[in-house]
Ligand binder design. Structure first.
Ligand SMILES: [Mg+2]
Length: 236
């Protein structure tokens, strides 16, 4: 057994008082945002009749979703000399982008099984309220959640512990009784989760954990593997 896995297993099994609370990141954790953004960019390029290199530019300029949308669409308008205003472009994006996001049915089934085993499940995400809620609805994930906390609506951002507290609270729980956080961001999800007193699972996305930082309790390739780990160590 991998040392990280052994450590996490022991931790899960040796802390029976730890509540079954699971806080999940959204982008590039539950949903493959990169794949969805590619589909959106292809549609956008077709709609505006943009050149062959437009899709790659649209994805690169997005900066993994970290660039504020008003800046992004100001750049898009300038780059392609569009007549639509940045506000118009953002409005259209909010309508179309969520429809390109998908969550595989087997992952939804895993969430259902965890809930059957008494897990409370919440989403904690940095992002825009309307966009993230639309993604939760379009993917069907919302049906499996006890609550969610979106940074724009709550006025707090990961890695701040306050965001984790808010997410737990939205699920009717408190961080005082522990729980787990799963996400792909080293800083926002794992350092944030650790500081909030949670056990953590890192979605590595083919990256290596920085040796200088305290490691997560477990590292996996994708969300299906993470949820299988949780199911594998939770008795019915
Ligand atoms: Mg993420």
């Amino acid at each position: 057994m991998h040392p990280l896995r052994e450590q996490a297993t022991k931790r899960l099994l040796s802390r029976p008082s730890q509540q079954r609370l699971l806080l999940l990141d959204l982008d590039n954790t539950i949903v493959d945002r990169g794949a969805g953004l590619l589909r959106w960019a292809e549609e956008f390029a077709r709609e505006y009749g943009l050149g062959a290199d437009a899709v790659e530019w649209l994805i690169r300029a997005d900066e993994d979703g970290l660039k504020p949308r008003d800046h992004y669409f100001a750049e898009v308008r300038h780059r392609f000399a569009l007549l639509a205003t940045p506000g118009d472009l953002h409005h259209a994006y909010q309508a179309r982008y969520p429809r390109h996001m998908h969550c595989p049915q087997p992952v939804l089934d895993q969430l259902a099984r965890l809930r059957d085993r008494g897990w409370t499940i919440g989403v904690i995400t940095n992002g825009l309220t309307a966009t993230q809620e639309a993604v939760l609805e379009h993917t069907g994930v919302i049906a499996y959640l006890d609550g969610w906390s979106i940074s724009e609506a709550e006025g707090v951002r990961k890695p701040d512990t306050a965001h984790f507290e808010r997410a737990a609270s939205r699920c009717g729980r408190s961080l005082n009784d522990g729980g787990w956080a799963i996400g792909d961001s080293i800083d926002a999800d794992i350092r944030g989760g650790q500081n909030a007193g949670l056990s953590t699972i890192w979605i590595s996305r083919q990256r290596t954990w920085p040796i200088s930082l305290p490691p997560p309790d477990h590292a996996v390739g994708d969300i299906a593997e993470a949820l299988q780990f949780m199911l594998g160590h939770t008795e019915s």
